[in-house]
Write a protein that binds this ligand. Structure first.
Ligand SMILES: Nc1nc2c(c(=O)[nH]1)N[C@H]1C(S)=C(S)[C@@H](COP(=O)(O)O)O[C@H]1N2
Ligand SMILES: [Mo]
Length: 368
């Protein structure tokens, strides 16, 4: 693999979309990073991320949503297809659920070589309280036929990716779609959805990486064969190399992050803090089970942090660790474990698309 990309990287070669590179950040990556912003890590002091601080990831353009004319198709392998208006949906029984969403590409730009795509560092994450109608309620109303295997969700946004013209669409296996906590959300943090988060209606699939939570939802189709759309069959796969069909990206891998302590240097963001006691804090989450342990590494020595109860089974939990900082340079890190026994790796989790790199975060600090 390494040889393949090295051969291609002659001088001044500009890497194409998806190509692994060791070169500097490209203009296209900068353009994507400016459109798709991350969550400032200090926002982890709050249980709920204010909408404007929540990360955003949009493949194409944000479509213009008009709540009055908006309608949702529910069809396919169901007893009753119908077209639903937002006003009608808002009369159905609603739930509010705190959910930590994370982009599957979070951690991508830490990889060597770096797959050229949205260059997340570590902050492609956020936790919001989503309000809407459980998908299972509407599917039950539609009457899913016995031979149904998946549900395909299509958004209003259109574009070209990998040379393929498409509407953003993803599917979920029936058993996931029927979970009581999968929600058709019209509210975020007690208000209507902001345009960038899917106004007027989006899917929220707790526990899965963000790509499953289709924004600007226009259609729900129950199908009897595997969905082979681009975002399912080509994108969002763990591939060893370009030619590997790979395996699908599904649930969020265990990860923890720390609020960088002290104050930043404005340009380098290097951290400076005074000697003495400081409360280190951060968040940890997993889409595969409860977080059971967070360890904080201080100059390579791991100490168990105190874990707080999360606001819900799919919301991050806060961790804290008091530290008496001594003058000098130090390296801080954090590493979480979930109830499946999975622990964050100390070395990068490389794959061709740069998916699910849950490598431990490391923060250099200077104590004065
Ligand atoms: N229609 C549509 N839905 C989408 C996307 C998109 O580009 N179009 N991006 C997906 C990806 S990759 C992620 S990580 C999440 C991001 O949700 P957020 O922008 O509300 O944080 O939305 C998902 N849903
Ligand atoms: Mo994503």
């Amino acid at each position: 693999m390494k040889q393949i990309y090295k051969r291609r990287q002659s001088a001044r070669h500009t890497p194409h979309a998806g190509e692994p590179t060791t070169g500097p950040l490209t203009a296209e990556e900068l353009q994507l990073a400016a459109r798709n912003h991350s969550m400032p890590l200090e926002a982890m002091r709050r249980d709920v991320t204010p909408a404007g601080l929540h990360y955003v990831l949009t493949h194409f353009d944000i479509p213009e949503g008009d709540a009055a004319s908006w309608h949702l198709q529910i069809n396919g392998a169901v007893e009753r297809s119908w077209e639903l208006r937002l006003a009608a949906l808002k009369k159905d029984p609603a739930i509010t659920i705190p959910v930590t969403l994370e982009c599957a590409g979070n951690g991508r730009s830490l990889l060597t070589p770096r797959p050229v795509s949205q260059p997340w560092i570590l902050e492609g994450v956020g936790t919001a309280e989503w309000t809407g109608v459980p998908l299972a309620y509407l599917l039950a109303k539609a009457g899913v036929l016995d031979d149904a295997t998946e549900v395909v969700f299509t958004g209003a946004d259109t574009g070209i990716e990998g040379g393929v013209r498409q509407q953003y669409a993803r599917s979920l296996p029936i058993r996931e779609a029927m979970r009581p906590d999968v929600v058709l959300a019209y509210g975020m943090n007690g208000r209507e959805l902001p345009p960038q988060h899917g106004y007027p209606l989006r899917l929220v699939v707790p526990g899965w990486y963000g790509m499953a939570s289709v924004k600007w939802l226009r259609s729900i189709e129950v199908v009897t064969a595997p969905f082979t759309g681009f975002q399912q069959a080509v994108a969002y796969r763990y591939q060893d190399n370009e030619y590997d069909a790979g395996t699908p990206v599904t649930r969020i891998r265990i990860r923890s992050l720390m609020v960088p302590p002290g104050i930043p240097e404005a340009f380098t963001r290097a951290r400076v803090l005074p000697a003495g006691p400081v409360m280190l804090e951060g968040r940890a989450w997993s889409g595969r089970g409860a977080v059971t342990k967070v360890e904080v590494g201080i100059d390579g020595e791991w100490v168990a942090a105190h874990l707080e109860k999360p606001a819900g089974p799919f919301a991050w939990c806060r961790w804290t660790l008091p530290w008496v900082a001594e003058a000098g340079a130090h390296e801080l890190a954090c590493r979480a474990t979930d109830s499946t026994g999975a622990t964050q790796p100390l070395e990068q989790n490389w794959n061709y698309q740069g998916m699910g790199n849950n490598v431990v975060q490391r923060i250099g600090v200077t104590v004065e």
